[in-house]
Every structure is written in C-alpha cells, then in structure tokens.
Design a protein. Structure first.
Lengths: 317, 286, 260
C-alpha cells in the first residue's frame, strides 16, 4: 500500500488543482496544466511502444491527427453530439493504427522508425491537399457541444474547470490502463519481445501479432490525446500531424524516462513548463529545450524518473 | 504547358543533384555511425545562410563555396566530439540528441539571421534557349558544381587513405579497429564531411531557393528518401535515387500539385521499405 | 503385445529430416541431408566447424527456411512453420550464444516461458494470479538449484548460471523435444558435470538432441551419434562405432579432442 501512496498523493493534488492554482498564481496555469496532461497521453503512447516493446515510432502524430480530426469533423461535418464525437476520435485513430501497423510492424528498428515517419508524412500531405475538408495548416474551428445536458443542468467543456477535470479523468484512466496491462502476462510478453525478440519467438510468442497489438494500443492512446486536444482548443489543424510533433513527443518520453509509467508525464510537464515560463521572458526558449534534451541524453540517459529511481535505490542500500 | 513540364523536369534534375550531395552526407553518417541525424537538413540550411552572409559581408558569392565546407567540417567534427561521441552506444538517444541539436541550430540561426526569409540573386545571371524554353544559366552551373562535388567525394573515397579507412570502418567496425584504423578520428572526420557536404549543397542551392531557418525541415525527409530508396550503404544508389525522385516530383508537380508529387515519393519510399528494403538500385552495397 | 508395441515405438523416429538443403550465397551449409533420430536415447550431432550443425538446428526450429527438403516431428511437417508455432508444438532449444531476457529476473524468465507456452495473453489479469505457473516455476528453480538467483536480473548472472537458466527455460514446459546447442561450451569442469547430469536425467521424459564439440562429454552422454561434414551426414551409430570409424577420424584430423 505504501507504494501506492505517492501516486494517490499526486492524484489528489491534481484533482484539487482548479482550486489550488488560483490561490498561488494566475488561473492561466490551469490551462497550461490541462495541456500538459493532454500531451502526457501522447508521450505515453510513444513510451508504450518504445519503453515496453522496443519500437521507436516517430509517427504518432498521425494518430494524434486522426483523433483530433475525428472529433473536429465529427462535430462540424457530421453534426455529432459530444459523446459520439469523442468516441469517433480515438476510434478512427485506432483503426488507422491497425491499418498502418500491419505494414509497419513487419519492419524493425531503423526501418520501423523511418516508415512511421513516412506514413505520418503521407497523411500530413494528404491533409494539406484536402484543404477544403481539413483546413490544411490553418485548420478548422468548431463550437463545443455540451458534455452533459440533463433537465437544465449543463456541463460543458467551455468551463475551464470542467475541461480540466474531464481531461484529467480521461488521461488518468489511460495511464491506469497502461499500468494494468503492463502488469499482466500480455505486458510481460511485450517486455520479453523488447529484451530479446528471438528468444521470445523461441518460447512461443507470436512476435508480429503482439507488436501489432501494442502498436494499435499506442495508436489509441495518441488518438485519445488528439481528441482531448481538439476539445481543448475547439480546433484541429494539419500542422499537428507533422513529424516535428512526433519528434517532440519522443524527446519528452525519453527525457522523462523510457519504460516508466510516469516518465512521459514528467518529461512532457518539464518541457511545456520550460516553454511557458521561459517564453514570457525570452523568446528563444527553443535553445533551452534543445540543450536540455542533449544534456539529459548525455548525462542521464535513463531519463528523469530513471535517475530518480537509481538515486533512491542507492540511498536505500 | 509542355514547356513548363520540361522546365520543371530539368529543375528537378538540378535539385536532385544538389540533394544527392546532401544525402550522401546523411548516408555516410548513417552508415558509419549508425545515427539517424535529424539535424542534417539544418546543416544544409546553415550552408544557405553562409552563402547569404558571405555575399552580404564580402560582396561576393563565390568565397562561400570555400567558406561553407570549412565551417561545416569544423562544426560537424565539434558536434561529433562533444555530443554524439558520448552517446554512441545508443541509437535511440542519438535521435533525441540530433533532434535537440536541430532545435538549437534553427534557433541560433533565427536569433542571428532573423526569422524573415531572404533571397539572394544568382551570381550568374541570364538565360539561354533550350528545348524551347529560356533556362537560367545559374541552374546549369548548380548542376555542374554538384556533379563536381559528388565526383570529388567518390574519388576521395576510392583513392585516398582516409577514404579507404572510412569504407573499412563502414564495412566492419571491429575489424577495422583491430587493424589499427583510428576509428574515433574517422567518426570525427565522417561527421565533419557530412556537415561540409550539406553546407556546400546549401551554398549551391541558396540562389535558387529561399534562405530561411526552416528550410532544413523540408529537405530532411527528401534526403532520407534518397538514402532509403537508393539503398542504405549504396552511395551511387543514393545519388541515382535523389535525381530520380526529384525528376519525378518535378514532372508530377507539372500535372498536379507539389504536395501530390511529394505524396507520390513517400508512397514509393514506403513500398521500397516494405518490399525491398535494400533499395531499388543494385551495385555497390559495400 | 506391450513388448511388440514398445519395440515399434522404438523403431519410429521422432525427428525425420529428408533431403534438406540450404545455401547461403553460394555456400551449401546443408547439402541433401537426411537423418532420422529415434526415441529413448540421447542423440548427439557432431562434426567439424562449418559442418552445418547449428544451421540444422536453425532449420528445425524455423529460424531459416530450407531451399528444399522436409522436416517432420512426430510425423507433423515443420518445414515452413514460423518459429513460435514450432515452439508451441513442444520443441524447445538452447542457443549457442546464451540468450535470455536480460532485464527480467530468473523467476520472471521462467515465468514468461511457461506463460507463453500456455498462450496467456489476458491483458487484465496480473501476473501473480497464475498459481499453476507459480508452482511449476518454483519446482524448476528447486530442480536446477537456482534459488539464490531467482530475483536477480538475468543480465547480471554469470555465464554458467545463464546456461542453467536456459536449461530451466527449456524444460519448464515439459516439452516433447529439446535441442541443446553446445550446452557446456565455455564452462568449468564442475559446471559441465552439473549440466551433463541434468540433461541425462531429462532423457527419460523428453527427446534430447545435442550439438557438442567436447568429445568427452559426447561419448559420456550420447547413446547415438550422427556425424555431419560439409552439410551432409557422414556416419551415424553408437559411440563405439563412431570412435572406430576411419572416415570420421579423417574429417576430424587434427581436432579430435576438445575444440577451441
């Protein structure tokens, strides 16, 4: 039980944030926190594939994009109400992950990384071409349908507290799912594949099929992230499908700590905070981000969470 | 209409030759150091900036052809020494490192050079009649300059001691080390040459493209396409693939949009990766 | 009646290799090899370097596909099946370069091996809810005396202990056949002794096939030896027959004792 305590403590702080933050600072930071949580899920999708399966995907922005446009087009083009649109986003991302995964997972390592970029670029350019539908880089806006509307009691994501708590619940659920899955025989099999894929087939694991299923799960997570993002800004844009977005996610995941549960969240949090804090004073925060990424990779390759675990281990013994 | 296609096709070949030069740099870094260098496009961009700055400060364009590779080589070796060398055991980490490097390079250029795109006039002006169109002399020069640079590179690889060592290290790292080849120095040199070649490509391309801190991002995927479709480790193949892809894209963009042309190249690249990952061109794979 | 049945069982080979060929870039690693291995004995496959022994194991377990020929296990054709399918049929092997799951502990390595055989893929059931797997893992740990290391990551083990772990992983699913590829390669005499006795004990319930260079070990353990040279079968028979075979001696000329 004591192992759970820090998680529960963190959760409690996060839940109370909408009321804590206005006390200590500007409530603008609540929307920053919301963004951090949304993108944590994106980094988590990259970490799931890389940390637990050993596959480095550089194209998760593709599924983010499908999640984003699934919601945006669901609402603006198909006139869906909230919940069906929120279902359509991750659903389309997952289907896309299955289709691309069938091909991508046949490759490994460098070639896998490259083909994930290629697939995401293909759809990025397609999105640009279909500008009338997707709005291209400029994107499309839509208005937010209500989350919940019963007998005059209305919940809408236009309220920033509702938005935050909704986003938090969804992402916490996703992280919890990752935790449960990795503690199962299925999760162990993924780690076996990561450690030694030949040995894994030798003990009877269907490496291709498991990798594909992991790819689909990661696509789902990225899609959830994209859907939440669309709901956050009431907006979707093809520019979020560009490989630069995937690349940033990889940096967040690795800096946070590959193969750890909270690593992606911490990595994302650090970089977005750096961006927000520094950019108000100095416009060249990209320098800090780049330098920080390089330093972590040289001095603490196991990432921040990995480093913390190592230090804690050392202090114990 | 057909005249536009001809112009586009020839532009494609010219552009392809320039990209081939850059892609060769990417290929040797990938082949020798096992690194996916996400900042390689930015090396090209730095070349264009050097061209602009040389023209602006010295009043002449031509010195840039010498200055750029020198600066490029120095920077490349420095990067290899200070960053890449320390994480060489892990290819995934080097992706993050080169991504961070890319951010730094772009931001430094944005800080010093500015965010607004600029253009420079070609040092050779005028056009001539060819295939029924008026074609710029400078583009012909660009093609010839690229061919000379690429040719020199191949001669260097084949005939000089350093070149032979580089090929040995790429072929079998461990054996090369036990044979007494100074592999660390070779890595420094390789990264330096890679940057230098991209920088020269940037100088040559500067008068016919925009000088902008973001141009690296556009050219990087194209270089990777050339390397993959040409075949990893197949240097002549990379050149052929670059020219072929640029030519095809040029032609297609005459009928459709450049974006669609790009999609075509990407689909071709996916097919190669899935069906024939060793690349489309046979020949020297060592 | 039982005796007749038993002797028929003795007659039928559990592994049948028919006209197997495999080339790598012009070199024929396995050349029209035909071989039958019979049950109730330890079968050893020996031969000089490059004779095709490991290639044969790779072909049997599905790592590579032959250019021609067929492989049958208990009359089921294996030739074109994928690695994991062959494994699930009850065929396990150890590798020449010992290879396990380095980030997992010894316990977890054994656990996942048994779990994979059972096809457990439920993503919602935590790993401590499989008591039958737990029991069997503890049994094997006991059997191979791995208790001291059960919570050590496999990557931190000494070479000899990794080899023991590999054997544990090979036996935990109670397979039908185990292929041991140079099981005592690089071991001390004490470790060799341990491994030899474990393998010999297994022969009662499992078909055993060993590739080995150490002739002492081969002659001590094996009931039946097949000699490969240049990708095909040179000779087969009991240790005494092989030892007095002139052709075999020639092929081993200069390397008849413990190899490098």
């Amino acid at each position: 039980m004591s192992a759970r305590l820090p998680y529960l403590g963190l959760l409690l702080v996060l839940v109370l944030a909408p009321w804590i933050i206005p006390i200590i600072g500007d409530s603008f930071w609540l929307s920053v926190l919301t963004e951090i949580i949304i993108w944590s899920c994106f980094a988590a999708s990259i970490n799931f594939l890389f940390g637990y399966v050993g596959l480095l995907s550089f194209g998760q922005a593709l599924f983010f994009g499908f999640g984003m446009y699934g919601v945006a087009l669901g609402i603006s083009a198909f006139q869906l109400s909230f919940w069906p649109a929120f279902f359509l986003g991750p659903f389309s991302a997952t289907v896309m992950a299955l289709i691309t995964g069938i091909f991508a997972v046949r490759l490994t390592w460098h070639y896998f990384a490259i083909i994930t970029v290629v697939f995401s670029l293909i759809f990025y350019f397609l999105a640009l071409t279909l500008k009338s539908v997707t709005g291209g880089d400029d994107g499309i806006n839509f208005s937010m349908p209500d989350l919940f509307n019963l007998l005059g009691f209305k919940l809408s994501l236009t309220n920033s507290t509702t938005q935050y708590l909704f986003t938090l619940s969804v992402v916490v659920l996703c992280f919890w799912l990752i935790k449960v899955v990795m503690a199962s025989a299925y999760g162990r099999s993924l780690i076996a594949i990561r450690d030694n894929d030949i040995r894994a087939s030798l003990i009877g694991i269907n490496v291709y099929r498991l990798r594909l299923s992991a790819f689909v799960i990661a696509g789902f997570l990225a899609g959830v992230s994209g859907s939440l993002f669309a709901l956050f800004g009431r907006y979707a844009s093809a520019s979020y499908m560009f490989y630069h977005v995937s690349g940033e996610g990889v940096v967040w995941a690795i800096v946070g700590g590959v193969g750890t549960l909270l690593g992606p969240a911490i990595g994302t949090g650090i970089f977005i905070l750096i961006r927000e804090i520094v950019s108000t004073h100095w416009q060249h925060h990209a320098l800090i981000v780049g330098a920080f990424a390089i330093c972590i990779v040289i001095f603490a390759p196991e990432g921040i969470v990995g480093l913390w675990k190592k230090l804690r281990h050392r202090s114990r013994s | 209409m057909s005249q536009t296609i001809i112009a586009l096709a020839i532009n494609g070949i010219v552009f392809g030759l320039i990209v081939a030069l850059i892609a060769l740099g990417l290929s040797i870094i990938f082949g020798l150091l096992d690194i996916i260098n996400l900042s390689h496009g930015d090396f090209f961009m730095v070349g264009t900036v050097i061209a602009f700055t040389t023209l602006a400060t010295l009043g002449h364009f031509w010195p840039a052809l010498l200055i750029a590779p020198l600066i490029g080589f120095a920077l490349g070796a420095l990067i290899q020494f200070s960053i890449i060398q320390r994480i060489k055991n892990n290819a995934a980490l080097s992706i993050v490192a080169t991504f961070g490097l890319s951010m730094i390079i772009q931001e430094v250029v944005r800080m010093t050079f500015g965010a607004a795109p600029k253009r420079i006039m070609p040092p050779i002006s005028g056009t001539f009649g060819m295939f029924g169109i008026e074609y710029e002399w400078y583009r012909i020069f660009a093609a010839i300059a690229s061919i000379i640079a690429i040719g020199s590179f191949f001669i260097f690889l084949k005939s000089t001691k350093l070149g032979v060592w580089m090929r040995a290290v790429r072929h079998d790292r461990d054996t090369a080390t036990t044979m007494g080849i100074p592999t660390q120095q070779i890595y420094l040199f390789t990264f330096g040459i890679g940057f230098a070649m991209a920088a020269i490509g940037g100088v040559i391309a500067a008068p016919i493209t925009t000088v902008d801190f973001r141009t690296g991002v556009d050219i990087l995927p194209f270089c990777f396409m050339a390397v993959i479709i040409g075949g990893l480790g197949n240097l002549p193949g990379t050149v052929a693939a670059a020219v072929l892809l640029a030519f095809l894209e040029g032609v297609i963009s005459g009928f459709a949009t450049p974006t669609i042309a790009r999609i075509f190249s990407l689909v071709l690249m996916s097919s190669v990766l899935l069906i024939r990952p060793q690349g489309l061109f046979k020949g020297l794979t060592k | 009646m039982e005796k007749i049945k038993a002797s028929f069982a003795l007659m039928k080979p559990f592994l049948r290799i028919e006209h197997l060929s495999k080339s790598f870039g012009g070199v024929k690693a396995v050349n029209d090899l035909s071989l039958s291995l019979f049950p109730n004995r330890i079968n050893a496959i020996i031969g000089p370097n490059g004779a095709g022994k490991t290639t044969l194991f790779n072909l049997i377990t599905g790592f590579i596909k032959p250019d021609s020929g067929k492989i049958f296990f208990d009359d089921v054709e294996l030739t074109h099946l994928p690695i994991h399918a062959i494994s699930l049929m009850g065929i396990k092997r150890t590798l020449q370069i010992k290879s396990v799951f380095n980030s997992m502990t010894v316990y977890e390595n054994l656990w996942i091996t048994l779990s994979a055989q059972q096809g457990n893929l439920n993503p919602f059931r935590p790993i401590d809810r499989y008591p039958d797997i737990q029991n069997r893992v503890e049994e094997v740990i006991e059997q191979l005396d791995l208790g001291r290391f059960q919570n050590t990551p496999a990557g931190a083990l000494s070479y000899g202990d990794v080899a023991l772990l590999e054997i544990g992983m090979a036996i935990i699913t109670k397979p039908k056949m185990i292929l041991f590829d140079e099981p005592v390669c690089g071991m001390s005499p004490a470790e060799t002794e341990k491994v030899v006795s474990k393998i010999t004990a297994l022969a009662a319930q499992t078909h055993i096939v060993i590739i080995e260079h150490d002739m002492d070990v081969v002659f001590k353990m094996a009931d039946e030896i097949a000699v490969l040279a240049f990708g095909s079968k040179l000779a087969s028979g009991t240790p005494q027959e092989i030892n007095s075979n002139q052709q075999v001696k020639e092929v081993y000329f200069g390397t008849d004792e413990v190899d490098a």
